[in-house]
Ligand binder design. Structure first.
Ligand SMILES: C[S@@+](CC[C@H](N)C(=O)[O-])C[C@H]1O[C@@H](n2cnc3c(N)ncnc32)[C@H](O)[C@@H]1O
Length: 349
């Protein structure tokens, strides 16, 4: 639950009614603060039922078990999880940079993708692995417990170690990831700097491969702008040091998280300029001025360029500030009857 202040005097009663009316719920909890921690979990209090935060939820044909007090979970993202997984084809290589307990990774793996899934939160990493076992997935999924930037580099190296089959001098069959998924909407755009020059050392392999394909990147983000598509595309370009052509990407509206704040997913194919670190556009703030100078460099400046400067309007916490957007007592209809234990009401991530 995410109860509005005016309903707090009746919180225990409300919790008890929800518990009584829903047979598959064993605990009702109320969110106590906005999601502003690194691992996107939040404090909560038990309103009714067991003081046990171990939840088990079904989504996309998979079972997910986790400690809701330690990890991020939001059943409202079910449609978004399904939307992206539908884009993946059997045999695709998928890297999930902020995987949580696996709502993209496990269904993708079940579909026949080879999945590299990562989360910095040790608890998410633990449940991600447990969920692989719970869903009887035996091969083709690799779990990591790294910072997102480190993971992006490491996953590419690890995949290279398994798929580079021919020396550069012979016609190669170089393959890399087909998709990167980046669902940490408060700050994922900033992590796009990790793609600068990521494939520089692999360029010869790409050149010798008949139809080389760079990965698609699906990066989730929030925007409060009146022109969100433009805002998101610009911020992504700043992080990568190279602008994205609006005609070559999509900005999908995922959901409204607050009256003036929406979640989007920017999908685009990584450009050669960024992947091979050939050029970069970077920002030099002018002293004593609020304006920004853009410079275009034809040489490799990716090492010299710091990650894109933090925007003044960036919301580092990304938490919802408006309480009760879901309405009192409204249970999450996106979970099917198979879900049990803690009912997950909301969490914007
Ligand atoms: C919004 S949640 C998304 C989880 C999952 N992909 C989903 O759709 O439910 C973001 C996840 O990123 C993880 N995270 C936060 N900072 C990270 C970092 N620097 N590197 C890797 N993972 C990070 C959090 O622990 C959290 O599980």
């Amino acid at each position: 639950m995410n109860l509005r202040d005016e309903f707090l005097p009746w919180k225990t009663l409300i919790g008890q009614i929800i518990l009584d009316k829903n047979r598959n719920i064993t605990s009702v909890v109320n969110k106590l603060d906005v999601i502003d921690s690194t691992f996107r979990n939040f404090r909560m209090e038990v309103l009714a039922g067991e003081d046990n935060m171990i939840a088990e939820v079904r989504e996309s044909g998979c079972r997910f078990k986790f400690d809701f007090s330690q990890v991020y979970w939001n059943s409202r993202l079910h449609t978004e999880h399904d939307r992206l997984v539908k884009m993946f084809k059997k045999g695709d290589y998928v890297a999930d940079v902020f995987a949580g307990v696996g709502p993209f990774a496990l269904p993708a793996s079940k579909k026949g993708c080879i999945v590299y899934a990562n989360d910095l939160n040790p608890a998410s990493y633990k449940y991600l692995q447990e969920n692989v076992t719970l869903n009887k997935i035996k091969t083709g999924i690799y779990a990591y417990n790294l910072d997102g930037r480190d993971f992006i580099r490491k996953a590419v190296e690890d995949l290279d170690a398994t798929v580079i089959s021919a020396p550069v001098s012979t016609p190669a069959t170089y393959r890399t990831f087909d998709h990167f998924v980046m669902n940490l909407p408060a700050i994922a755009l900033e992590f796009l700097d990790a793609f600068r020059g990521l494939y520089r050392a692999r360029e010869p392999h790409f050149r010798q491969t008949p139809a080389p394909v760079l990965p698609m990147i699906h990066c989730h983000c929030f925007s409060k702008s009146e022109t969100p598509e433009q805002d998101v595309i610009e911020r992504a370009g700043e992080a990568m040091g190279h602008s994205i052509n609006p005609a070559s990407c999509t900005v999908h509206h995922v959901r409204k998280v607050a009256p003036n704040k929406d979640m989007f997913c920017l999908s685009f194919r990584l450009s050669e300029e960024v992947a091979f670190g050939r050029c970069a556009v970077f920002r030099i703030p002018e002293t004593g001025s609020s304006s920004t100078v853009f410079a275009l460099c034809s040489t490799d400046v990716t090492r010299a360029c710091p990650p894109s400067a933090k925007r003044k309007d960036a919301d580092p916490n990304g938490g919802e500030t408006v309480q009760g957007a879901n309405g009192v007592g409204k249970v999450d209809e996106t979970e099917g009857p198979a879900s049990k234990k803690v009912r997950v009401e909301d969490g914007s991530g």
